[in-house]
Design a protein around this ligand. Structure first.
Ligand SMILES: NC(=O)c1ccc[n+]([C@@H]2O[C@H](COP(=O)([O-])OP(=O)(O)OC[C@H]3O[C@@H](n4cnc5c(N)ncnc54)[C@H](O)[C@@H]3O)[C@@H](O)[C@H]2O)c1
Length: 439
């Protein structure tokens, strides 16, 4: 296949809406992406190794908060839609978009085994005309050092037979203002033809597409974005500690600084970082940088400060109880909010998990309340969200997540003797009973 006909045929199929979009990995990233393409009239094939997810989708049920059931039901009813765990279905797709997890190993090194597993399946069905795009967050070099040789081993040549690009996902689950199609998309191909076609594909569904000169630039841009957040959160967490010893209200300081219309961006302190991105992504770059003999000091320090926050919160709880002549051991503590951020039902890497384990290790009796998470497993135990019926039984409450709906913060202040607020969630309450300790 010549380079020009590969590109022109793909562009033509986009104009005609005859391109079939295959998404591999139907989680927080993949399912909304599939939805976005389907909304624009493309036939979609969704592949996931989790049979329960495929069964749910085939039954018209969504498991992602931002995607309603009725949308999945409608999508499932369209004649062209395929949901399957069988990668053979991808043969019929023209664009193959990889959205699988990129966790860390226990050693905090990147675990790209999910990307490799997806790529091995693609190798089996790769054919001329395919466009493969990696969306999973990863270190710079993954696309052209790892995926490219795997795909070219099939005898097909990139830019000539098939196309390969990286385009980071920037979705912010729970964010109603910026849903996936409204977030500008960065695209970097392995060759200029790869960039051109991948950018044209995303232009069908995204408001804005920003092309860069290589897959590596796109990979690095994503990690810069999340490292930027990690470093700034660490700064403001440290700042909160300084304000505490100085007796200054950090929240008021931040609000005041944020009135500056330029040169300041508001970040908030909290009990630690969570979710699938901010705690993990910097490690991808730290690891890669070390391989090249460059020691990243700033990013490592930010990670150290952020990961120490659950222990700081534990300390605040112990000091607050101590001021009431109570030991933590044997005291009943209510954790308010276990999701990793406001208004979502996702608790991956949530700092609440480490805090609960720390509280257990000190002999505290822990319950939790979260309107988004009815139950979860931790250390082999099933924890269930409690009702507000007997708030007076707790020696202390600690706000870890500031859900804007479903939590009666005033009731907490009315009935609990002691509250540690790590999110400034109780700012507008009139405490009838509680003494509030702020982060
Ligand atoms: N969640 C976010 O807010 C977010 C935002 C931006 C980027 N990302 C990145 O996007 C990627 C995906 O994240 P996510 O939150 O959607 O993860 P997720 O765990 O919600 O979804 C991943 C899906 O991939 C499936 N899967 C795993 N291996 C597979 C394989 N070999 N073949 C097919 N399916 C497979 C899993 O069953 C799961 O359903 C990660 O790299 C993440 O860092 C996530």
């Amino acid at each position: 296949m010549s380079n020009t006909s590969l590109v022109s045929e793909f562009l033509q199929s986009l104009t005609e809406r005859s391109t079939r979009i295959g998404v591999i990995g139907l989680g927080y990233v993949g399912l909304p992406l599939l939805e976005a393409f389907s909304r624009e009239g493309f036939a979609v094939t969704g592949i996931d190794v989790d049979a329960r997810k495929i069964q749910a989708l085939q039954a018209g049920k969504s498991y992602i908060q931002d995607i309603p059931d009725d949308f999945v039901a409608r999508l499932n009813g369209l004649p062209g839609t395929v949901f399957s765990s069988d990668f053979a279905h991808l043969k019929d797709a023209d664009a193959l978009i990889i959205c699988v997890p990129t966790p860390l190993r226990k050693s905090k090194e990147p675990d790209i085994s999910y990307i490799l597993a997806a790529a091995e399946e693609i190798v089996k069905i790769l054919r001329p005309g395919h466009l493969v795009i990696l969306e999973s967050t990863t270190y710079p070099g993954t696309t052209d050092e790892i995926l490219l040789p795997m795909f070219e081993k099939t005898g097909h040549t990139v830019g000539q037979d098939f196309l390969l690009a990286f385009s980071p996902e920037r979705i912010d689950p729970g964010n109603k203002q910026f849903q996936v199609a409204k977030i500008p998309k960065v695209v970097g191909g392995v060759t200029p033809a790869c960039t051109e076609v991948a950018a044209a594909l995303y232009k069908q569904v995204m408001g804005q597409v920003h092309s860069v000169s290589s897959a590596r630039v796109a990979e690095a841009a994503k990690i810069l974005e999340n490292t930027f957040r990690s470093v700034n959160i660490a700064l403001v967490n440290e700042f909160a500690g300084i304000c505490r010893v100085l007796g200054v209200d950090v929240w008021e300081v931040i609000d005041a600084a944020a009135t500056k219309p330029f040169g300041f961006m508001k970040f908030l302190p909290g009990p630690g970082i969570g979710g699938h991105c901010i705690p993990l992504d910097p490690h991808y770059l730290i690891w890669k940088s070390r391989l090249h003999g460059y020691e990243p000091r700033f990013m490592a320090l930010a990670e150290q400060i952020n990961s120490a926050m659950p222990r700081e919160v534990l300390q605040l709880i112990m000091e607050a109880l101590n001021d009431h002549s109570l030991p933590l051991k044997g005291s009943k503590v209510l954790v308010i909010g276990v999701a990793y951020k406001s208004d979502v039902d996702d608790m991956r890497e949530s700092p609440a998990l480490e805090l609960i384990q720390l509280l257990w290790s000190k002999g505290a009796l822990v319950d939790y309340f979260d309107p988004y998470i009815p139950q979860f497993e931790l250390e082999g135990q099933t924890l269930r969200s409690v009702s507000f019926a007997s708030l007076g039984d707790y020696a202390c409450g600690v706000v870890i997540t500031h859900h804007r709906q479903g939590v009666d913060y005033q009731a907490l202040c009315n009935h609990l003797p002691l509250l540690v607020d790590t999110r400034n969630a109780l700012r507008d309450c009139q405490p009838a009973r509680a003494r509030i300790v702020w982060l």
